[in-house]
Each structure stands twice: as C-alpha cells, then as structure tokens.
Design a protein around this ligand. Structure first.
Ligand SMILES: *[C@@H]1O[C@H](CO)[C@@H](O)[C@H](O)[C@H]1NC(C)=O
Ligand SMILES: *[C@@H]1O[C@H](CO)[C@@H](O)[C@H](O)[C@H]1NC(C)=O
Ligand SMILES: *[C@@H]1O[C@H](CO)[C@@H](O)[C@H](O)[C@H]1NC(C)=O
Length: 438
C-alpha cells in the first residue's frame, strides 16, 4: 500500500513538473515569435519604473475607511459605477450594459435614464462595452449632464426626455482604436472641453492588455463644441485617465494610470496650443503634480468646498511592491505570458465553435481575450480614495479598503458627503460629511 502511494506521488510530481516545463517552453517560443504572427494581438510590452513603491504610503497609515466608515447603497443593483455626477437630489452614474442611471440620495430609489443600445443583445446587465456601449466619464455642467462613451465620444443627456445627443461625430480617426475616458470643461470658455483618450492601440474590452503592455499611445484632446473641431494638445501617455482643473483654475491635471502619476499643464498654454494648432506636448516632458503615487490613478475630481482633489485608486501598495510589480523590468516575460493567453484564447474559441460549446469554456475564452484573467490573479482588496492638496499635489488623507479594489472615482456632493464608485463593484459607497473630514 505504502509503495503504491509513493508511486502515485512520484507520478503526480512528474506530471506537475512536465506541465510546468512544457508550458514554460511553449510560452518562451510564443514570446520569441516575430510580431507579424500576432497582428490581432499587437502586444509589445515596455519596461517601466516603479521604484517609488518602496516608499509605501509616505508615512500615512493604511486603513479600512472605505469599508468601516461607508454605507453601501444600490447594492447589487448597479454594476460597475465608474464615474459619478451630482445633480440636485440624485447621483448619476454610468454602469455596465451601456446604461446611465440615477440614485436618489435619500430614498435610494434607482431610475434608468438612458441606454446606449436598446437591442435585445444588450439587455444583459453585466455586459461589457463593445456595441452595447460603456459610459466612462460623467460631468454636470449647470443642470446638464455630459457623458463620454468609450468608443463614440461625447454626448449631452437630455434628462427630461431621457435622450442622448451626440456632440462629436468625428472625434477619433476612423482607422484608429480608442478608449475615450474622461472629460472636463474649460472654466473660462464653456464651449471648450478637454478629453482623455487612454489608448489608441487597444479598445476598452482589452484595456487589461493595455496595462500589461504599458503602451504610451494615450493622448488629450481639446474640443470646441460649437464647431466640433478638435486638436491633440498632449500625447505619449501611459493610459491617460481622469482629467480635472485645479481650484485656482490655472492648471489642467491628467492622470496617467500605469505611470502612477498625475501630470500638470498650464491651462493658458493648453489654450494657446489649441487656438494656433501647435504640435502636441509630450507626456514625458510634463511636470509631475506632487509625487508619484502608491498605486494606479483612475479618475480625479475637485472638492469645491476645500479645493482639494480626490482620486480613485485601483490597488494601493501599502508597504512595498507586490509580485506583479517585479515584472515591470521583464517585458519579455509579460509578452510570453500574454501571447500564451492569446493562443489559448484561439484554441478555446475553436473548441467552442467546432467541438463543444459550454458556458465555462466561453467564460475562460472571454477572460483570455479581454485580459481579465489578469484581474483574477490579483488580490481582491486594497482599492482606495486619496485626497490631494490642490497646490502641492501631496497626499492629505487616505481611505483604504480591505474588501475590494478598482475604485474609479470619488466626489464630494453639495451636502459635503463623499461618494465613491468602482468599475469592479456592484454598489456605490457613501461616507457622510462628519465621517470623512476627520
Ligand atoms: C447594438 O447592438 C447590436 C447587437 O450587438 C449591434 O448589432 C448594433 O450594431 C448595436 N448598435 C449600435 C448603434 O452600436
Ligand atoms: C490613420 O490615417 C491617418 C491619415 O491617413 C494616418 O496619418 C495614420 O497614421 C493612420 N493611423 C493608423 C493607426 O493607421
Ligand atoms: C469655438 O468656436 C466658436 C465658433 O467658431 C468661436 O466663436 C469660439 O471663439 C471658439 N472658442 C474658442 C475658445 O476658440
């Protein structure tokens, strides 16, 4: 008997070893193949620097305020509330399935305002982007709501009729991909809006691969809504994301998610570039606002009552680097891994089409295609909201989470309460005024 168990273990050991060995060999081969074999999957990872993670939280204490001080609202009724807008008694947000909904702050009643695509295929409430649409950036301007849809651009929402009015038909060249992400109005010229495009290499459903890639194809557009004319004012961003104007109205701030930084540009300079169609500023020559931050920066919003800025953060490194951060200096490993995932996707897609169709196979196939397989390997915690000083850009306050990650935005509403949303979670969090100002 003992003899047989020993045999079994040695067989298991050998099988495990064989699987690991051959997977590694095949991955390396995929990594070494020329790029033209992967035209539909153009990943060319770059090296990047993240040594500042060793500084941890710059002396701040990690905490659980997003869980312990918050009340969760609309639980399991809003999936992936990415960006938030405060109008009257309601919080408006864009959620999965290409929908915009509003939540009454007192009664917590939820109304659907508009859907990007009313077709049958788009009724599934957890649908990702694609033809069904995905509203990423939201901004209130007076009583109006302006929204960005990830691939088609900017809309005004007629709140009474529940209609979308498309304001920019040709924002993106037809031969290019884009993830159109966030917007802010010029404080002096109400017809001018600044828009971030996160990547011109990947589309939204594959944004996770853009992160593995560390591509620097993101840019910022200025758009005149009266004429529809737009101009690229800055480019070369490693995932351009949230965009905001400082309290003194002198600077434009642009979040660079995978560089863990916020870049600062003089607004007068931006206007001059737009007016006289000068060539775009380069991200790597712009000034960093404050310091590099302890995680990926998503959206940024001004707290009008204090002049501070609030940012949503994907995953904080409270103490030091985490495992995946070490791959920053190893682009070949990232490429081999990504191409192996893509080859596996092709294989599963073939099996699903020709051999056997099954929900589990389809789920895995889609996770490999979109790169969400990467999210599955991350710890499901350490998201945060961070408060920055509007003048120095330095951290003033941290609200952490032990329960979830992927915080995308936080706002302070006119009552002074803090609301946060997350493209990964199915609720909105609220921390009342007295509980977040300590
Ligand atoms: C709406 O979705 C359907 C099904 O995916 C698609 O065929 C159609 O083109 C979409 N409409 C728009 C305007 O994208
Ligand atoms: C798209 O077309 C424009 C003008 O023809 C060209 O300059 C640009 O390089 C093209 N972009 C891509 C990604 O092919
Ligand atoms: C936007 O376009 C309108 C119409 O041509 C023009 O009057 C206005 O000056 C433009 N705004 C800016 C800031 O360039």
């Amino acid at each position: 008997m003992a003899f047989q168990i020993k045999d079994l273990f040695s067989l298991l050991y050998k099988t495990t070893f064989d699987i690991l060995f051959y997977t590694t060999v095949i991955s390396i081969i995929f990594g070494l193949l020329p790029d033209q074999f992967f035209n539909d999957f153009p990943i060319i990872p770059m090296k990047y620097d993240n040594e500042h993670f060793y500084k941890g939280l710059y002396g701040f204490e990690w905490n659980d305020h997003l869980v312990s001080k918050a009340k969760m609202i609309a639980i399991n009724q809003v999936h992936g509330p990415e960006s938030l807008a405060d109008i009257g008694d309601y919080i408006y947000t864009g959620i999965l399935g290409g929908r915009i909904v509003r939540i009454h702050k007192q009664t917590e009643q939820i109304d659907e305002i508009v859907r990007y695509n009313n077709s049958k295929e788009c009724q599934h409430e957890k649908l990702k982007a694609g033809n069904c649409g995905r509203f990423l950036g939201l901004r209130e301007q007076g009583d109006n709501l302006y929204v960005l849809e990830a691939s088609t651009g900017i809309y005004r929402v007629d709140l009474r009729k529940g209609e979308l009015i498309h304001l920019s038909k040709h924002l993106i060249p037809e031969n290019e991909s884009a993830i159109i992400n966030d917007l802010v109005f010029d404080p002096k010229h109400s017809e001018i809006v600044y828009i971030t495009v996160s990547s011109s290499k990947w589309s939204l459903d594959r944004i996770a691969w853009s992160i593995v890639d560390h591509d620097k194809s993101g840019y910022v557009l200025a758009l005149n809504l009266s004429t529809g004319q737009s101009h690229r004012i800055a480019d070369g961003f490693a995932l351009a994301n949230g965009i905001e104007i400082t309290a003194d109205q002198k600077y434009l701030l642009i979040c660079q998610t995978t560089d863990f930084s916020i870049l600062k540009v003089d607004l007068d300079n931006v206007r001059k570039i737009f007016l006289s169609k000068q060539s775009a500023l380069k991200a790597d020559q712009l000034e960093i606002f404050g310091q590099r931050l302890p995680g990926e920066v998503d959206n940024i919003r001004l707290d009008k009552s204090t002049g501070d800025l609030l940012i949503g953060m994907f995953t904080v490194r409270p103490y030091s680097k985490v495992l995946r951060d070490y791959l920053a200096q190893w682009p070949f490993i990232r490429k081999s891994f990504a191409r192996t995932a893509y080859a596996l996707y092709l294989l599963l897609d073939y099996i699903d089409a020709k051999v056997i169709s099954n929900a589990a196979i389809e789920q895995l196939r889609d996770d490999l295609y979109t790169g969400h397989i990467v999210y599955k390997a991350l710890p499901q915690r350490d998201g945060a909201v961070i408060r920055l000083d509007s003048k120095t850009g330095h951290i003033k306050q941290i609200f952490g989470s032990s329960k979830f990650f992927g915080i995308s935005e936080a706002i302070i509403d006119t009552q002074g309460d803090l609301y946060y949303g997350s493209f990964r979670n199915s609720f909105i969090g609220r921390i009342s005024k007295n509980d977040h100002q300590s």
